[in-house]
Design a protein around this ligand. Structure first.
Ligand code: X2W
Length: 309
């Protein structure tokens, strides 16, 4: 799994937050967790670890847009069980497939360079609409499960133009303000973020959600960084096999030479490499499916693709 409980939590500048642990009546949720995934000992050990390290945020979870369409109930119930045992994952979601669907309906061919969408003003209005719609969908699904969730659709990411000639209204994040996230958690609500950013003079810019999750994690320095996708990990594009572990120190250069490592996959791997180079060695990234998230978090044997240095 991502990081064994024995590993000391890395030093962090993160301000300690008073996270309210939910009443023990929610023990049934824990029991449910136990039954589903691992031994009682394992699960309780990890749970104790996650809830005791209150100097550090528990997790940043990036949710691919496809999951909101295909697995909303599973996703919400999974996040709900974390919430009900007193954990506050910071959720950041994308909306790539929904944007493409609308563009195609309007007869516009989606256009990317290096996995990043070329975003003209017309596309931007679709991007914005999709982010707001999907954000609300996730927030409402959580609320219907008794979870307090707060939509955070702006005010976190400040950006400059990545390259206006090449990508138009696409941002490169220059500053992350975690205040709205902290106040959400203080109020006992799960923060649900989009990757939209804003320039200093208020222009909204589109940012790839994997990239934004990386930038967010640099500032939050969470125990866990999780990328949820529908494939349950990273797959070797030649053999089709799931890659269970990647040690970047030894494998990064070779991995980038693989013919199947291109576009969004390449972008994601590069982003994760830069992130892990920056974070303490104990940090790692997991790419997993919704079904396997709890197994990944609460058992010794991981479930998806684990990436570390
Ligand atoms: C992305 C933002 C959405 C996203 C886009 O327009 O598709 C850029 O490429 P997924 O579902 O996580 O792929 N932005 C600049 O990343 O969504």
């Amino acid at each position: 799994s991502v990081a064994a409980p024995q590993i000391a939590a890395p030093a962090t500048k993160f301000v300690a937050l008073k996270q309210s642990i939910r009443p023990i009546s929610t023990r049934s949720t824990v029991v449910q967790l136990l039954n589903n995934i691992g031994s009682k000992r394992e699960v309780e050990q990890y749970l104790k670890y996650f809830t005791s390290v209150n100097q550090q945020q528990f997790a940043v979870i990036k949710v691919g847009g496809a999951i909101i369409t295909q697995q909303l109930q599973e996703l919400a119930s999974c996040l709900a069980s974390l919430y009900h045992v007193g954990l506050y994952p910071i959720v950041l979601h994308g909306t790539g497939p929904q944007i493409n669907e609308i563009l195609e309906q309007e007869g516009v061919e989606p256009d990317y360079i290096d996995g990043i969408r070329i975003t003209d003003p017309k596309t931007m209005s679709v991007v914005r609409r999709c982010f707001l719609e999907q954000n609300l969908k996730l927030v409402e699904a959580l609320e219907s499960m008794g979870v307090k969730a707060r939509p955070i659709t702006g005010g976190v990411f400040q950006a400059e133009y990545l390259d206006k000639d090449k990508w138009q209204l696409v941002g490169k994040i220059t500053r992350v303000d975690k205040t709205p996230i902290e106040s959400s958690i203080k109020a006992g609500a799960l923060p649900i973020l989009t990757s939209l950013a804003e320039t200093a003079d208020g222009q909204i810019l589109n940012v790839n959600a994997d990239v934004a999750a990386g930038e967010l994690s640099r500032v939050i320095e969470p125990l866990k960084i999780v990328y949820l996708n529908e494939k349950g990990g990273l797959h070797n594009g030649t053999t089709g096999e799931k890659i269970s572990i990647i040690n970047l120190d030894e494998e990064y250069e070779d991995l980038l030479k693989e013919p199947w490592v291109k576009y969004g996959t390449k972008l994601k791997i590069k982003e994760i490499k830069e992130l892990l180079d920056f974070l303490p060695r104990s940090s790692s990234v997991a790419i997993i499916s919704v079904e396997s998230l709890q197994k990944e978090l609460f058992t010794d044997s991981g479930a998806g693709t684990l990436i570390r240095r």
